[in-house]
Ligand binder design. Structure first.
Ligand SMILES: [Fe+2]
Length: 223
């Protein structure tokens, strides 16, 4: 893992990551459904309002720092510099354990030990416009996620409209009644409000960004 970045280098990595995300969202407009196109356009408008913050290192999580270098071989050439920006930022971010208040089971415990997510907004990308989630909000909640190989993120749902983009690693993704389908780096896809979704990794870890456009205050619930 690289040395911690300082000041301008940190803001530059955040800025590069944001540019990569916006480019993938732009590309995903080709062939998108009307519902997807509306959310993707809204997302890119909101991402344009984010300002990179030159923050000092805050926290870390050994799990993310372990899996990220392992994910490098699963980033295609088109997404290698995007993953490198993630690796540069990772030591500065606060990586969280999901569903900490939910009673454990062998499958859930395995998931919680091999999945982590870190907020980017208000960590290295600042929301500067209308109040979060308020009427006419132009804000966005943006996270990075890292899911290890051979891990099931069980079915879950939430009221927020959610857009995922894959940076590295291929995995099988469930969305509503569609069943599992393979997704790979560069794919950008929408989960409408309350749509049940799940992710199964096999031999590859998966690194993603994920954005919520509304109802930020209600966390996901297992289905
Ligand atoms: Fe979700």
């Amino acid at each position: 893992m690289k040395q911690a970045l300082r000041g301008e280098a940190f803001a530059e990595a955040a800025s590069q990551l944001l540019a990569h995300i916006r480019a993938d969202v732009e590309r995903a407009l080709v062939g998108a459904t009307d519902e997807e196109a509306e959310s993707f356009t809204e997302l890119n408008d909101r991402l344009a309002t984010l300002t990179p913050d030159a923050a000092d290192p805050t926290g870390s999580h050994d799990l993310a720092l372990d899996w990220l270098p392992a994910a490098e071989q699963f980033a295609p050439a088109s997404h290698r510099s995007m993953l490198r920006a993630v690796i540069d930022l990772a030591p500065h971010l606060t990586w969280l354990t999901p569903y900490e208040s939910v009673e454990g089971s062998p499958q859930l415990d395995h998931f919680r030990s091999n999945y982590t997510a870190a907020p980017l907004t208000d960590a290295c990308l600042r929301n500067v416009s209308a109040p979060l989630g308020g009427p006419g909000s132009t804000q966005v909640a943006l996270f990075l996620t890292v899911q290890g190989a051979d891990v099931v993120y069980p079915a879950h749902h939430h009221p927020a409209v959610e857009i995922y983009g894959i940076i590295a690693g291929a995995a099988d993704w469930l969305r509503g009644g569609e069943g599992f389908r393979p997704r790979r780096p560069g794919d950008v896809f929408l989960h409408s409000s309350e749509t049940v979704h799940a992710t199964t990794t096999r031999s590859e870890p998966v690194v993603t960004w994920v954005a919520w456009l509304d109802r930020f205050e209600t966390p996901p619930e297992l289905s």
